[in-house]
Structures are given as C-alpha cells and as structure tokens.
Design a binder for this molecule. Sequence first.
Ligand code: 5GP
Ligand code: ZN
Length: 114
Amino acid sequence: MKDCLFCKIIAGELDTDLVYEDEKMVAFADINPQAPVHLLLVPRKHIPTLVDLEEEDYSLIGHIYKAANQLAREKGLADDGFRVVSNCKDNGGQTVGHIHFHLLGGRFMQWPPG
Ligand code: 5GP
Ligand code: ZN
C-alpha cells in the first residue's frame, strides 16, 4: 500500500532491522520504545485496523500470536510476563494505519492503561 509506513518498512525502503520475519509477517523494534523490550509484530498484508479483519485473516492473527510467544521466550520475558497490545483507531491510540501488535516487556506494567 502506497504511503503506508509499515508497508514501506516491509518493502525494505526504510532500512529497518527485522528481529523476525517469515512469509506472513515481520517484527522489528519500536522507534520510540515504551519498555526495555518493545517490538512491533506486523503482518505483511496491509490490513488497516482490527475492524477490517476478514474471515480469512484470523489464522494470520493466530500466526502472529505464535511468533509473539516465540519472541517473548527469546527475549527472556516468558517467566516474568509481558504485554501484547493492539491499538484500534483514534480512541484506541492507533497512529499507524496498518494493523500491528506491540510486544512489551522487561518492566512491570500498570493496569488500566492510560
Ligand atoms: P500505534 O500508535 O499505531 O499503536 O503504534 C505505532 C508505533 O509505531 C508507535 O509505537 C511508534 O513509536 C512506532 N513507529 C512509528 N514510526 C516508526 C518507524 O519509522 N520505525 C519504527 N521502528 N517504529 C515506528
Ligand atoms: Zn501497510
């Protein structure tokens, strides 16, 4: 998708280091980390928001959660725990219109979110 930041990263146009990639998704460090570990897990398919998911996309979301499990273990987060967050549209705080999942860990996180 033209003019989509994450599509550009996926296309290699922004020279972003990927910490994980496969045929369906990529993961890379957030440019403005909110925790000692802050990764973004992003499907290669341009899906704008959670409410744009279609029936065929739900296996992709499971695939991303499997990668979240693997990456959390690799980053040493599995014992103490971590958070996976997907912000949706304005009230959810979404700023990039390509669905993605934040994997945050390495510190205690408050609840409820701000
Ligand atoms: P959202 O606010 O949509 O939930 O998450 C978007 C995230 O993308 C933010 O946490 C922001 O810091 C991150 N981000 C924005 N631009 C870039 C960039 O150019 N590179 C990387 N690695 N992360 C970015
Ligand atoms: Zn995109």
